[in-house]
Ligand binder design. Structure first.
Ligand SMILES: O=C1O[C@H]([C@@H](O)CO)C(O)=C1O
Length: 549
């Protein structure tokens, strides 16, 4: 079935957390409209850019874009930014059921609120539940994304700091708390009618039923821990892939990830319960995000009897690792990886300085995008659109990942990893110490155009002999986003079988903005029918202009 949408994108005054601000809206909505489709459908989004002075793209996070790499919505990789006033057609197939989302992928437009949910239903779901809910998580700053972008690109660097609020389906509370009566700090109890832009969305449930909660995180920065007070959660889906179900009391979710969980409303039906999200992995300066699980027929305004769930300590990384290590592919339903790789690429993540600017680099190159989208320049053999030298396949064996970089200087670059079509690629993401002493942070890495198998995580520096032997080739989970823990490594495997050019990057918006990503190209000669509108900029634009005359 075809599903067609006409979307207008513009700035709009909005109050996501009770403080007046500006968001990027779609058809007057924030978050943008939810797309619901059935596996196999084709989505048509006619996207009109009504931002007065900025280009625009939308990335369909988790959708493989097989045969439509130009519709991936990564600015200057898969297409030119859509100019103000212009309309671009995204046409793509949703070929895999699951919980997805979409978001801006140009500048820091995701931080400005350009996001929404994309749900692909299966013809017959593999597990039973009575009803489902959708929960899109994000974080919010009371400073505009433009100001943040300027701060990050300034000399000296000004860090954006921690978010002011956490949002659930675009709603949070900055100046008041739903749980003020339990708070250790003086804060007002929110007095809400329920129709405020920042009033929480209440989840209404009947006792003794099973619910599916689809949850995705599009945070700009925050790693989160989600809990439903008193309710065990069974995790059944990760990034649109079936996983071996497992039970947890609360779960970590990093930017770029999505999950489905099943829970039973088996608690005392005369009470309501908290649904909470809390910051992990960075010292939290942001209050918990809260909403209410409302057992019908209780009043939605009935505050739960107990304080909101306590999150694990922000720096209890063993807790986070133990959650990640519980995720396995579902035998039978989740495909197994090829047993051998053809190429192994090691990517060292470092924080650096370039001419006094603070940047992030991969193998000492900090990514900057060319002015011609790679998809166009590679397909049309334009050699002067970017640096065609191969980027480094690895980093120095002697690099001490436990210390700040001895020489923090790095360079800007826009090189591309050319992957031989249909080969199996292993990537080892190696974390390291940032610029400050004793600092190493979490980075969730997201791959466009593919799912990958997560073969393993480890502490310290990756060891080619010992660590390879520990790879899980039996039932690794398939994902499109995976985290690297402080001072650790993560190994993934994928098959380069999707013709196109694909970004692989840290999903923390300011980190990508500061260069934390790489670009892969594979089988670009096989790409057909790239619409001219996707390439109407840079050196490819000149090509079309010449064609016309
Ligand atoms: O990119 C970052 O910069 C800051 C800090 O390293 C410098 O202020 C931080 O926590 C980041 O994640």
């Amino acid at each position: 079935k075809n599903r067609e949408y006409k979307w207008k994108v513009e700035y709009m005054h909005w109050c996501p957390d009770g403080v007046d601000g500006v968001v990027i809206s779609i058809n007057g909505q924030f978050p943008g409209p939810t797309i619901r489709a059935i596996v196999g459908d084709t989505i048509f989004v006619h996207l009109t850019n009504n931002l007065p002075t900025e280009g625009l793209v939308i990335h369909w996070h988790g959708i493989s874009q097989i045969g439509t790499p130009w519709a991936d919505g990564a600015a200057l990789i898969s297409q030119c930014p859509i100019n103000p006033g212009e309309t671009f057609l995204y046409k793509f197939k949703v070929d895999k059921a699951g919980t997805y989302f979409y978001h801006g992928h140009y500048g820091m437009q995701r931080s400005a609120g350009l996001y929404g949910s994309l749900i692909v239903e299966d013809e017959k779901e593999a597990f039973h539940y009575d009803e489902e809910f959708n929960l899109l998580l994000s974080d919010w700053w009371n400073k505009s994304s433009h100001d943040q972008q300027i701060d990050l690109s300034s000399k000296p660097f000004r860090w954006i700091g921690e978010p002011q609020s956490l949002l659930m389906n675009g709603r949070g509370q900055f100046n008041c708390s739903l749980a003020a009566q339990f708070s250790k700090f003086p804060i007002h109890q929110c007095k809400l009618r329920g129709d405020e832009q920042y009033a929480p969305q209440i989840f209404n449930v009947h006792p003794n039923k099973t619910y599916r909660l689809r949850v995705a995180s599009t945070t700009a920065l925050a790693s989160l821990n989600l809990a439903i007070e008193g309710h065990k959660m069974m995790v059944v889906e990760a990034d649109g892939n079936y996983i071996q179900p497992f039970f947890v009391e609360n779960m970590d979710i990093y930017s770029g990830e999505s999950y489905s969980i099943l829970f039973k409303t088996d608690q005392d039906p005369s009470n309501n319960y908290w649904i909470s999200i809390s910051v992990r992995g960075r010292e939290p300066k942001t209050p918990q995000g809260l909403t209410i699980l409302n057992y019908i027929p209780n009043f939605a305004s009935k505050i739960p009897n107990s304080p909101p769930p306590l999150a694990p300590l922000w720096n209890d990384y063993n807790y986070s690792k133990s959650f990640s290590n519980k995720i396995f592919g579902l035998m039978g339903l989740s495909p197994k990886p090829p047993t051998r790789q053809n190429r192994r690429i090691l990517l060292l993540n470092t924080q650096n300085r370039i001419e006094g600017y603070t940047r992030w680099s991969i193998n000492n190159i900090s990514l900057v995008f060319p002015t011609t989208p790679y998809l166009g320049s590679i397909k049309h053999g334009i050699n002067n659109a970017f640096d065609t030298k191969s980027p480094p396949n690895t980093f120095s064996k002697n690099y001490n990942i436990m210390k700040p970089p001895p020489n923090p200087n790095s360079t800007y670059g826009n090189r591309v990893y050319m992957l031989k079509f249909n080969t199996t690629i292993d990537i080892i993401l190696q974390n390291a110490n940032a610029l400050g002493e004793n600092v190493s942070e979490i980075h969730p890495w997201h791959l466009h155009g593919h799912n990958f198998w997560v073969l393993g995580y480890g502490d310290g520096k990756f060891d080619h002999k010992k660590d390879v032997e520990k790879f899980n080739l039996k039932n690794p989970p398939l994902r499109n986003t995976v985290v690297i823990f402080p001072y650790g490594w993560t190994a993934i495997r994928f098959v380069a079988n999707n013709p196109g050019v694909w970004a692989f990057h840290c999903h923390i918006e300011p980190h990508l903005h500061l260069g934390m990503g790489v670009v892969f190209a594979e089988g670009v000669h096989l790409v057909k029918n790239v619409p001219n509108e996707a390439l109407n900029c840079g050196l490819t634009r000149k090509m079309f202009v010449k064609d016309k005359h």
